[in-house]
Design a protein around this ligand. Structure first.
Ligand code: ADP
Ligand code: ZN
Length: 731
């Protein structure tokens, strides 16, 4: 990496740009010189593009034609360890380095100079005459003396019009100042005492603190049932990290989680951390990016892409709910944030904490093998105990056609309502019905662009494709046979279940929680808070509710279809079902009231269902691990998915066959290639999809072999190839 400490004007420097080129480009350092890692603007053809000074120039260009860096941006240079992280992440995921750099520069206005804005403070003069409105403005300024307000914010806080504020400025009672737009985040107080920990919690917290004090890299799997205090424990590690003067990052799987979480952080450290997620405004993103780089943000709470922020001194990464599938980015650069967190920490000497009630088999295995430290919190905090889990054998239940809540589950719900407690009915399917069938011709309504069925969303009065997002109005007549009035919904989604519950419990207050039923993340958060406060008797939810929310009054969980995840051929079907069922069941009985979880299943003797009911997690993992080991699949073997796509099905298959025949580089490392076969979803957005699956032994250099294998390909026309290292989903 960078050998020089500084490049003087005219020195040759290699610049990595965000443009899709397969190498760095040489430029001359600008007047004033630049440091390695400097963010720069460089000319590329007629354009100016963003880049980073990656090291000394390669010198293999015609020197007379080398142009100069236009200017060095006014942001902290990229650190060597970040260069190394991007380089290694690119090599691991077989992603071109410029695409990695794009991930690391996803903040708007990076090339703008630090901009200023007007802020207001109390001035020396007194207003000529005091009105109520003017008094309120001055009171706000006095009360929040330390804070800076924009004119708009001050007027809002005081509840006055903008002209009142303007009048006070004119008289000198309020003073205008220029202030940089990107201010440091308020300091967090790591010295404040946390909650008094239980013995188990205190031991776990101390182990994490000791690991941090070592200053070395290490990963800890923090396993504890929901409500056991994992968050309390890792906040202690955050406190230690901040006290050491290093930065901390908490990754969460879902933005809906952060409302409750941020309040907890604020209670613990006296101020709010920086929040990095897709809903953050441009101004916030820019501010966070800059402040993280110059030490003006101690703690970032964010979604997976926060991992690519330019931390100055990162000491700790928490990956909460580490098993969550949303940590795997499924489009663009395909990376697992959990694995990349471990990589980043290992480069910068940081600690990683993977927290989960139901760890991924990967992490469980790494802990078994001694690669990760493992800490367990076996008990729920306080009086809360794990819910009792039972199966409802659906073969023995009598249900009306078109209904899904069994008599046994109904009476359990009614029982909770009588006690003033809440029940959750869980179904992992959005929309009204997964299938719309014509009773005249037997055809199902499919998407015109994908090999997927259209899902009825009655709330929106439309059919929607969950693959491409295409929607169309619910037709009157069957699109295939033209007969009217014969279209019928088949199977339940959350909306249909809500309808059934409303009919079965007419007196109940019912709240349906599904990401698409709410206009915004904020509206959803508000709804979750209302429910937690008791605003519903029955909550009907999709996967969304399985994650981390606290519903203190909830004592019953009814899983409508526990068998759903067990269908299909996904390698992780058993693991996913196990995790999801445990997580959902963990919603019940968080406070002092014990909970019950009832699983509706047609196969109560299925080994996964039995393991869930028995609650013997280690046995489940051992059995699952043994099966995967015998099959040589992850985490005991390596897999790489290759998806080829294009508008012409024959061309896509030809390319797939060509790859399969020319598999020399794979055979040399003892890897096998399967396929080409139609991908499980064989058409998306009009593009045909074919997949190949590479299987290799655990230690095999699979990335290098795959890179060599696909390197000679010249993709013609509209053909696309994407490589998925360690694929998580198989679609
Ligand atoms: P987890 O992250 O394992 O689900 P939490 O840390 O969220 O568990 O703890 C569950 C609940 O119990 C939270 O409301 C938390 O504030 C409370 N809690 C956990 N440990 C303690 C403690 N030592 N003292 C007081 N409250 C605690
Ligand atoms: Zn579609």
């Amino acid at each position: 990496m960078s050998e020089a400490d500084f490049f003087h004007e005219g020195d040759l420097v290699a610049v990595l740009t965000t443009q899709p080129l397969d190498r760095t480009l040489d430029y001359r350092a600008p007047a004033g010189g630049c440091f390695p890692g400097a963010y720069v603007e460089v000319p590329l053809g007629p354009r100016k593009v963003l880049g980073v000074v990656w090291g000394p120039g390669q010198g293999d260009f015609d020197r007379s034609r080398i142009r100069s860096v236009i200017r060095v941006l006014d942001v902290a240079p990229m650190r060597v360890e970040m260069q190394e992280f991007l380089t290694r992440a690119a090599a691991y995921t077989l992603t071109p380095l410029p695409a990695m750099l794009r991930l690391a520069t996803r903040a708007p206005g990076l090339s703008d100079p630090p901009s200023m804005r007007k802020i207001l403070r109390r001035g020396d003069a007194e207003p000529d005459r005091m009105t109520d409105a003017r008094r309120r403005v001055i009171e706000v300024l006095q009360e929040y003396g330390g804070l800076a307000f924009t004119p708009r914010e001050l007027a809002d806080m005081a509840g006055v019009s903008g002209s009142v504020v303007k009048g006070l400025v004119k008289q000198g009672a309020v003073r205008e100042e220029d202030s940089p737009r990107d201010l440091p985040f308020p300091a967090l107080d790591a010295g404040r005492a946390g909650k008094a920990l239980t013995e188990d919690q205190a031991a776990a917290a101390e182990a994490l603190r000791a690991a941090l004090r070592s200053g070395d890299y290490g990963t800890t799997l923090l396993k504890g049932v929901t409500g056991s205090g994992k968050t309390e424990v890792y906040l202690e590690a955050v406190a230690e990290c901040l006290a050491m003067g290093r930065q901390a990052l908490v990754l969460l799987p879902e933005i809906a989680l952060t409302a409750e979480f941020l309040t907890r952080v604020e209670a613990r450290f006296g101020a709010r951390p920086a929040e990095w997620h897709s809903g953050a405004t441009m101004t916030e993103r820019r501010r966070i990016w800059r402040m993280v780089g110059q030490g003006g943000a101690q703690l970032v709470v964010g979604a997976r892409s926060a991992l690519f922020l330019p931390f100055q001194n990162l000491g700790l990464i928490i990956v909460d709910e580490e098993h969550d599938t949303s940590y795997k980015q499924e489009d663009g650069v395909l990376y697992s944030a959990r694995d990349m967190a471990v990589l980043r920490a290992s480069i910068c000497g940081a600690q990683v904490v993977l927290a989960s009630a139901t760890p991924s088999l990967e992490s469980w295995t790494n802990a078994e093998a001694g690669k990760y430290r493992r800490l367990d919190l076996p008990n729920r905090f306080g009086a809360a105990v794990l819910p009792e889990m039972r199966a409802i054998d659906m073969r023995a239940e009598k249900l009306q056609p078109g209904t899904w809540i069994s008599p046994t589950l109904r009476s359990a719900v009614r029982d909770r309502m009588e006690k003033g407690e809440q029940a959750l009915l869980f179904i992992n399917r959005r929309g009204y019905a997964p299938v719309t069938l014509c009773r005249a011709c037997g055809q199902q309504i499919g998407c015109d662009h994908c090999d997927a069925r259209m899902v009825e969303h009655r709330f929106l009065k439309r059919l929607m494709c969950h693959q491409c997002g295409e929607t169309k109005p619910m037709p009157e007549a069957c699109p295939s046979c033209g007969v009217e009035g014969k279209l019928a919904p088949v199977g339940p989604g959350i909306e249909r279940l809500a309808e059934e519950a409303a009919a079965a419990f007419p007196e109940a207050r019912i709240a349906a929680l599904s990401s698409d039923l709410f206009g915004s993340a904020r509206a959803l958060k508000a709804k979750i808070e209302e429910i937690a406060a008791g605003a519903a008797d029955i909550v009907i939810g999709t996967q969304l509710v399985a994650k981390g929310h606290n519903f203190p009054l909830l004592t019953l969980v009814g899983v409508i279809d526990a068998d759903l995840g067990l269908q299909g051929s996904d390698l992780r079907a058993a693991e996913r079902t196990f995790q999801l069922m445990r997580q959902v069941a963990g919603r019940a009985g968080r406070a002092e009231r014990p909970g019950t979880a009832l699983l509706q299943t047609f196969q109560p003797e299925h080994p996964v269902i039995r393991a869930i009911l028995a609650g013997d997690e280690e046995r489940f993992w051992r059995a699952e691990a043994a099966e995967r080991e015998a099959a040589g699949v992850p985490p005991y073997g390596r897999m790489v998915g290759i998806v080829l796509s294009g508008p012409d099905v024959a061309a896509v298959f030809d390319l797939g066959n060509h790859l399969a025949r020319n598999d020399g580089p794979l055979r040399r490392i003892g890897a096998q290639v399967f396929g080409p076969a139609p991908a499980p979803i064989a058409r998306i957005r009009g593009r045909h999809r074919v997949r190949l699956l590479v299987k290799a032994a655990k230690g095999a250099p699979v990335q290098a072999a795959v890179a060599q294998w696909i390197a000679p390909l010249r993709l013609k026309g509209d053909l696309r190839l994407s490589v998925d290292i360690d694929p998580q989903s198989f679609y």
